[in-house]
Design a protein around this ligand. Structure first.
Ligand code: PAF
Length: 282
């Protein structure tokens, strides 16, 4: 596996692949890699001539300084996992490389209500930071396809919207959430859970499964209330939001007739660790 820290080296290495029309699969990450990321790497390997991964803890998508400081980092182990899983190129820039002080960081895309609900509401500026970095990375790697996990359901909708509005010819591949055997959605943040918290965390997925069973049988509002109460039966879990929304637009729905394509999404604090998860209902 080739590892590059600069934009120029990365572009120079990838240029001949572009010229020959070879396909490039790209997995942007913030590191602390787990099986979920490695599944995306393997999916890309199966469908593309070359697989590129980036590791960059993007400061501008954190609206909480402490969360940024505590974000797990382990580049040595990550590199090993990537190369063992057949990744061809790792791009791991420093902050200065992607955000030189002289350049203002803006993106002229209106995400409308999509950036105002759920994650957008509770993490102001988060999606703007995600979109800016993903656009930069897309410009550098210029992949054929880019792979994202459904755990970050709203992030995929944001990236798809950006790609549509800016006419970026990259296929955004939506991949199933990878789960631990007890159902907990894999996340780099799971590393921050204490042993006790780790035992409680799968309850979120268990409640989501029950919500799927109950969907359509209770009015949407009642089901949301039920779900919040059920999650918080584990007293260490504090629900930040629980929403039932239309799958594509992610606009919250008020009744089942409104749209049969619904997804339930939640963010839950367990101690000071914020976990998100979701389940497609129909
Ligand atoms: O999902 C993530 O890890 C990040 O939001 C991403 C897409 C790598 C952008 O920093």
């Amino acid at each position: 596996m080739k590892t590059f820290n600069t934009i120029n080296e990365t572009k120079k290495y990838l240029n001949p692949f572009h010229k020959k029309g070879q396909s490039i699969g790209f997995i942007p990450t913030m590191g602390a890699l787990h099986e979920g990321h490695l599944t995306l790497i393997r999916k890309s390997k199966a469908a593309n001539d070359l697989t590129v991964c980036s590791i960059f803890v993007n400061p501008i998508q954190f609206n909480n300084k402490e969360d940024l400081a505590k974000y797990p980092r382990n580049l040595v182990l990550d590199s090993k996992l990537l190369s063992e899983n057949g990744c061809d190129v790792l791009f791991a820039p420093e902050v200065q490389e992607l955000y030189p002080e002289s350049e203002p960081q803006t993106l002229d895309v209106d995400f409308g209500d999509l950036a105002k609900v759920m994650e957008g509401k509770f993490r102001p500026g988060h999606f703007n930071g995600v979109a800016i970095v993903v656009k930069k990375l897309f410009d550098i790697v210029n992949p054929t396809r880019s792979y994202f996990g459904k755990k970050d359901y709203q992030q995929i909708a944001i990236i798809r919207h950006m790609v549509d509005v800016l006419n970026i010819p990259i296929e955004i591949v939506k991949c199933e959430t990878t789960r631990e055997t007890d159902g907990l959605a894999m996340s780099s943040r799971n590393l921050r859970l204490t042993v006790g918290e780790r035992k409680t965390a799968p309850w979120i997925h268990q409640v989501l499964l029950k919500v799927k069973e109950k969907s359509g049988t209770l009015p949407v509002g009642q089901l949301k209330e039920w779900a919040i109460k059920k999650i918080q039966e584990e007293s260490s879990l504090k629900v930040e939001y629980f929403e039932i929304a239309e799958k594509e637009s992610l606009m919250p729905i008020e009744n089942w007739q409104q749209n049969g394509n619904a997804v339930a999404l939640t963010a839950v604090f367990l101690g000071d660790v914020r976990l998100i998860d979701n389940i497609e209902l129909f």
